[in-house]
Ligand binder design. Structure first.
Ligand code: ADP
Ligand code: MG
Length: 366
């Protein structure tokens, strides 16, 4: 065989190997299946899980981890219920003014996370606002049973409660793993952050176990991993709900669709939990200055890298007037936002605009 002949043969062999490899690739992509399942018993919300994996067993294993961990974290972060043999956030609250409570690392981490982000964002999201939020919770529950006589909490009560909401007075002892609320009236309420933070913990664990392609939805909180391995799309499409749409909203009731690969989308809105007093909406996100529901927006949707920061930021941005809200997003990296103003007008950051269907984004970018 001449040298030239050998060279040609080599090229043919190399080409064959390449074909084989890319053939394998395609076969692999094709061998992913879509599995889906819902969880009804964590974080007082429906959690939906979609995972692309190669086998049902693999999916089952991921799903069981998710379900078990979310149940665990739900118990730890619960402020309304106690559980046998567990010290949770309610245990910390029950021991306010009495003694430090020994807790799991996940609780310490959540409090430190919330404090760090509170410092970074001007302090309007405050997990020590419990005494005020507890009053709102009580009036909301009353309204549920007797809507005709629904009332707003008296401002004197709210002002009194607000004397015990200093986040700096929440004493975390990282060495001894304890948390202490030094005054009897103090209470933690982790409702603005716990769900997103828990989701983030669980998903990070799954990624460590090899999870490649998935989308999770917990209430208004969406987290995606990788891109959808369905052989068609490169990005996930996430609907932004119209605040006026009914609970049973279909796809027609979407304001827009956000397309993204890896990331988190979270919405805080006035329609998620509320009651009506004299025809006015009294919703669940409370302005720490007025101690009343914040009314700058109908809803704020945030895109971020992690679902912990996304959950925190959607509430934080909801609690600031537009100029400040916008300035806050722009001062931090890695966030995009969409605001639905009281009259329905939609405002967005530039980065958000590029992800929106209304601005030409699709699930298969060129
Ligand atoms: P959702 O939980 O419905 O997704 P958010 O993440 O915006 O909505 O959190 C709202 C919850 O946060 C409220 O139900 C309440 O428990 C808590 N909360 C309300 N106002 C504040 C505030 N100013 N700071 C900290 N937590 C708050
Ligand atoms: Mg939130």
């Amino acid at each position: 065989m001449g040298d030239e002949m050998k060279y040609k043969l080599l090229i043919i062999i190399a080409a064959l190997i390449l074909l084989l490899i890319s053939g394998c690739d395609r076969a692999e992509q094709g061998s992913y299946n879509r599995y889906t399942e819902s969880i009804f018993d964590t974080f007082d919300t429906l959690v939906q899980v979609v995972i692309y994996t190669e086998s049902e067993e693999q999916f089952r294993s991921y799903f069981n981890t998710i379900h078990d961990r979310l149940k665990e974290l739900h118990r730890l972060y619960d402020i309304y219920n106690s559980y046998e043999g567990i010290n949770n956030v309610k245990t910390i609250n029950d021991n306010a003014g009495i003694r430090p409570v020994e807790v799991e690392q996940e609780i310490i981490d959540l409090i430190i996370f919330a404090r760090e982000w509170s410092d970074k964002t001007g302090g309007r999201v405050n997990i020590a606002l419990g005494p005020v939020l507890e009053i709102w919770h009580y009036y909301r529950q009353e309204a549920l049973f007797d809507p005709e006589n629904a009332q707003l909490p008296p401002i004197e009560d709210l002002l009194e409660a607000n004397m015990y909401t200093d986040l700096d007075r929440v004493l975390v002892d990282e060495e001894n793993m304890t948390v202490f609320l030094p005054e009897r009236e103090m209470r933690l309420d982790v409702g603005a952050v716990a769900k997103g933070y828990a989701l983030q913990l669980v998903i990070d664990e799954l990624i460590g176990e090899g999870l490649e392609s998935a989308i999770f939805s917990a209430g208004g909180n969406i987290r995606t991993v990788g891109s959808p391995k369905d052989g068609e799309r490169d990005r996930w499409g996430i609907g932004v709900r119209d605040p006026d749409a009914s609970v049973m909203a279909g796809t027609d009731d979407l304001l827009d669709v956000i397309y993204l690969e890896n990331g988190s989308v979270d919405t805080s809105g006035d329609y998620q939990r509320y009651y009506i007093v004299d025809g006015e909406l009294a919703h669940h996100i409370i302005d720490p200055d007025t101690l009343m529901p914040a009314n700058y927006y109908r809803a704020v949707t945030v895109v971020a890298n992690g679902s912990g920061p996304a959950d925190f930021m959607s509430t934080a941005l909801f609690l600031l007037p537009y100029e400040e809200s916008l300035a806050l997003v722009e001062s931090l990296n890695d966030f995009e936002a969409l605001w639905v103003m009281p009259d329905g007008e939609i405002r967005t950051t530039e980065g958000m605009e590029q992800m929106l269907r209304s601005h030409g984004a699709t699930s298969t970018p060129q």
